[in-house]
Design a protein around this ligand. Structure first.
Ligand SMILES: [Zn+2]
Length: 111
């Protein structure tokens, strides 16, 4: 697999980009997702919340198409089929129903 999966403690409310240190997830802000140039995607188990064009192009199908099949959706499985060369995924436990949020970063700026 081309990615590294890192677990993040969910008691931590904010997530910073490992490359530019921008606050990408700020749970105290109204716009709690603030993608930086390295952010490939932000997703939960059942849907994408943000996806960069570059990452969407690396998936087998479009995000609209993926969401259209949400009765059998497994976002992590979709992400793991990406052919994006190298990225890091932070997995945050949401603390409810064993759901997670996944945030993907690329060392190369994508936006
Ligand atoms: Zn960044």
């Amino acid at each position: 697999m081309p990615f590294q999966l890192l677990q993040v403690d969910h008691s931590q409310n904010n997530l910073h980009c490992p490359y530019c240190k921008n606050t990408v997830i700020d749970s105290t802000a109204e716009e709690y997702i603030q993608p930086c140039a390295h952010t490939l995607f932000v997703a939960m188990d059942l849907s994408f919340e943000y996806v960069s064009d570059t990452f969407e192009a690396s998936l087998g199908r479009s995000v609209d198409d993926i969401h259209a099949h949400d009765d059998q959706l497994n976002i992590f499985q979709e992400i793991s089929q990406s052919n994006y060369p190298e990225f890091v995924i932070y997995q945050m436990d949401l603390g409810i129903h064993e759901l997670s949020r996944y945030i993907g970063f690329s060392a190369q700026a994508v936006a």
